[in-house]
Design a protein around this ligand. Structure first.
Ligand code: XMP
Length: 523
């Protein structure tokens, strides 16, 4: 294992990705964990991330020198790599000099590196790296030497060999984890394989085998329930758990009346018929829609849906309890790594913005022990696991869908009729994206039903019907997004078909707002 300590950089997750791409398992922890806690993780390598502060700022996180002399499981000192702030903080802790520059160095810079250094093996001379820092190193701690320079920075990377006073420690002033650093991935790969001596054989296949064994061991002969939503994460979790424990798993899938077209049937066909999973599909649409009647406020909609979901889920677990003769001990969830990181990260910037996204989740008071097999994985890694387990492509490729479903896409009060109109428009929109081969180019696409009517003409008749708005965005994580520049023909075909085929919609618009300042959903 390689441990990454997060000092608050926006790109800490990318460090973990690059390390895993090199076939080495790694975990991110906040920089506030103690040296003893890190030692207990038995790391073979330690990476200190960048961060927004200066080492001289009040309250800025410092590096405990004890972190710099840990022992590996096989004996010997744990190699450390400091990135940007991580380098400054470790140099500061070891008596080096760090100073603020008059101007921040920001952007691309070619480096001249010592090719014989293990960190730069295979990295060509003049390779471009991405700089983003205010402070820089002016004096090296004892035993360190500069191993790379840029035009502006004579100390762009440093090393202290294993036999030096403090080593083995490496440090870079730039950000090797971002794609703008041409050979940055190779440098991180060199650190974990060449310097830490790790094999680089961590793959999805070994992940599945390890998790399967771990789940069997944890569950024993007890029972697990899982709330299946039809989305990627819970679907792949269902497939993995089923592989591990077979019929000791029961999935609960709730139709809240707010699902997309054909979804209720598709999920049942896939998991009950395809995987032979014990699936309880509950049609609770009346309950949800009755409670939503007349409600306009989006947050109120979310609260009602969240509360009702918990109620329905509890009733289902009671039925399962009755059948088994005891309460199932475990609840499985498809929690992903970014969700976990967001809640532990030092000065995590986005924790509060996302709270409402937990709608559809279950509170702790239900009294289950949690099983979260993907806590260490990124979304695309979960997709790889799903493919390896035979989850159909239609589910693996699926765009994210919010827990409150169509309720936040029917603007204003939610009715059955409005949901049905929207479902049809949405289905056509997604069909046209598939047909034009653009579905996979966008992060998320959907239709919104606007609470306005407008005049149209069809044949000799005047129409007065509702307007729909199409949305398609590109994004990497949903935190920021841009509207997708789709070909006019695709927009044109979708608009034509919706107006012709969906009775009740006579006008279609395309949303050209980015996030921020707009959000992806309209409510
Ligand atoms: P916004 O609209 O905040 O959405 O830009 C960002 C991402 O989160 C999804 N989203 C939700 N997911 N429950 C969810 O499970 C919610 O209440 C919710 N609201 C938004 C949205 O679809 C997008 O992917």
């Amino acid at each position: 294992t390689v441990v990454v300590l997060d000092f608050g950089s926006q790109t800490t997750q990318l460090i973990a990705r690059r390390v895993r791409e090199a076939g080495v398992y790694c975990e991110i922890h906040p920089c506030t964990v103690s040296a003893d806690e890190v030692a207990a993780m038995r790391p073979s390598g330690l990476i200190l991330s960048g961060g927004p502060l200066s080492v001289y700022d009040e309250g800025s996180p410092q590096v405990d020198p004890a972190l710099l002399s840990l022992e590996t499981p096989g004996g010997g000192a744990v190699p450390v790599l400091g990135i940007c702030y991580g380098l400054q903080a470790l140099a500061h802790a070891l008596g080096g000099g760090v100073e603020a520059s008059d101007h921040r160095e920001f952007g691309r810079a070619p480096i001249v590196a010592h090719e014989e250094d293990a960190l730069f093996r295979g990295v060509p001379e003049g390779s471009v790296v991405w700089m983003s820092h205010g402070d820089h190193l002016t004096r090296l701690p004892a035993g360190f030497r500069s191993i790379a320079a840029t035009d502006n920075a004579p100390i762009a990377a440093v090393a202290a060999e294993a036999d030096s006073e403090h080593g083995p420690i490496w440090g870079v002033q730039f950000h090797p984890e971002v794609v703008h650093s041409e050979h940055g991935a190779a440098m991180l790969g060199n650190f974990v394989t060449e310097i830490c001596g790790l094999k680089g054989d961590w793959t999805m296949g070994s992940f599945i085998d390890e998790k399967t064994a771990e789940i069997r061991e944890t569950v024993g002969d007890d029972h697990v329930v899982l709330g299946l939503s039809g989305g990627v994460d819970s679907s792949v979790a269902a497939a993995l758990l089923h592989r591990a424990i077979g019929d000791q798993l029961t999935c609960v899938f709730v139709d809240n009346g707010l699902l997309r077209s054909g979804e209720f049937e598709q999920v049942q066909t896939t998991f009950r018929d395809g995987f032979d999973i014990d699936l309880r599909a509950v049609d609770a649409s009346d309950l949800f829609l009755d409670r939503l009647a007349g409600v306009e406020d989006p947050e109120e909609k979310r609260r009602i849906i969240g509360r009702t979901f918990i109620e329905v889920f509890e009733a289902e677990t009671e039925a399962i309890t009755e059948r088994l003769g005891h309460k199932p001990r475990f609840l499985a969830q498809g929690t992903l790594y970014p969700d976990v990181i967001e809640s532990v990260s030092f000065k995590g910037p986005s924790a509060t913005i996302k709270t409402h996204h937990n709608v559809g989740g279950l509170p702790e008071k239900l009294g289950f022990d949690l099983i979260e097999p993907f806590r260490e994985l990124f979304k695309d890694e979960v997709r790889d696991v799903g493919r390896a387990l035979g989850v159909p492509d239609a589910i693996i490729r699926r765009h994210p869908f919010p827990g409150p479903g169509l309720a936040v896409r029917v603007l204003g009060p939610v009715t059955r009729e409005a949901c049905e109109l929207l479902r049809q428009a949405d289905r056509i929109w997604l069909e046209e994206l598939e047909r034009s081969g653009t579905y996979d180019d966008v992060w998320q696409a959907f239709a919104v039903l606007l609470p306005v009517q407008s005049v149209g003409v069809m044949g000799d008749f005047r129409t007065y019907e509702q307007a729909a708005c199409l949305r398609a965005v590109t994004s990497t994580d949903g935190m920021t997004a841009d509207w997708a520049r789709l070909p006019y023909e695709v927009l044109g075909r979708a608009s034509n078909r919706i107006i012709n085929e969906v009775r009740g919609i006579n006008r279609v618009a395309y949303d050209v707002s980015s996030k921020p300042p707009a959000t992806i959903e309209w409510e």
